[in-house]
Write a protein that binds this ligand. Structure first.
Ligand code: HEM
Length: 222
């Protein structure tokens, strides 16, 4: 296919963008609901984040080319190439990929601690708190509160990196994360789209697992 120089090409698919901005909004909402003691809403928000994380994990194997982990999680050689300025490609660069993984992992730990935590009065409990002792639930809550600062640190680093690319490298990253499109250098292959039915399947599995967690992870079988 002949591409016009400077013409915008797809770089992020709709599911990846929806997950990104919903995740950012829900993390903000989770902070607000915890701060103002809307604990019920806080737990629902955490469960919604769990769905997003499971979906993003599955989409990392079944999604568009730029969403797939295999295409952006690279070894030290690719990182060195990127450092030397000889890396070409679209989507996450090999160094940025590390921060993507870290953000997803740190958020997953936060959710994991939340699902087994209970509040100080033992009134509100994460859906899996019954599976651990009351002591462990209390400890999980304490670490959940502290871990939020780790998450905040990674979010700050993420925003600093986005600002660095804009100011120092002159690269606009936010607009493509909103519209899904960006101008590509000549010779760079545009994104290969994922299948819409694969996205629906990933969503169904993510919702199913979240529902099972909300039910207290009952054993399967009769
Ligand atoms: C709670 C806050 C946030 C979290 C947890 C978060 C997390 C992430 C993750 C996991 C990705 C990788 C996307 C994927 O492949 O799924 C990403 C990419 C990105 N995020 Fe965020 N994000 C947050 C807030 C923001 C905000 C507020 C902005 C803009 C001001 C932003 C701008 C971007 C951009 C531009 C990318 C693409 C980076 C690239 O081109 O490689 N993010 N973010």
């Amino acid at each position: 296919m002949i591409r016009q120089a400077g013409a915008k090409q797809p770089v992020w698919d709709l599911p990846t963008r929806l997950v990104h901005w919903t995740l950012a909004a829900l993390i903000a909402f989770s902070w607000w609901s915890a701060e103002y003691r809307h604990t019920g809403w806080h737990i629902w928000s955490g469960c919604a984040i769990l769905t997003l994380l499971i979906f993003r994990l599955l989409w990392g194997f079944a999604g568009s080319s730029t969403a797939r982990f295999a295409n952006f999680v690279r070894g030290p050689r690719a990182i060195a190439d990127y450092w030397r300025g000889t890396w070409t490609g679209i989507g996450h660069n090999p160094l940025g990929a590390l921060s993507v993984l870290a953000l997803l992992a740190v958020t997953a730990v936060q959710v994991g601690l939340g699902v087994i935590a209970q509040d100080e009065d033992g009134i509100f409990m994460g859906p899996l708190a019954q599976l651990v002792s009351s002591d462990t639930s209390d400890k999980a809550r304490d670490i959940h509160e502290l871990w939020f600062y780790v998450l905040l640190g990674f979010i700050a680093l993420h925003l600093a990196a986005v600002a660095f690319y804009r100011v120092v490298r002159g690269k606009r990253l936010i607009v493509p994360m909103v519209t899904g499109r960006t101008p590509l250098d000549p010779g760079v292959q545009p994104m290969r789209r994922g299948k819409w039915w694969a996205a629906l399947l990933c969503l169904a599995v993510a919702l199913g697992i979240t529902r099972w967690v909300i039910a207290g992870a009952p054993p399967f079988g009769p």
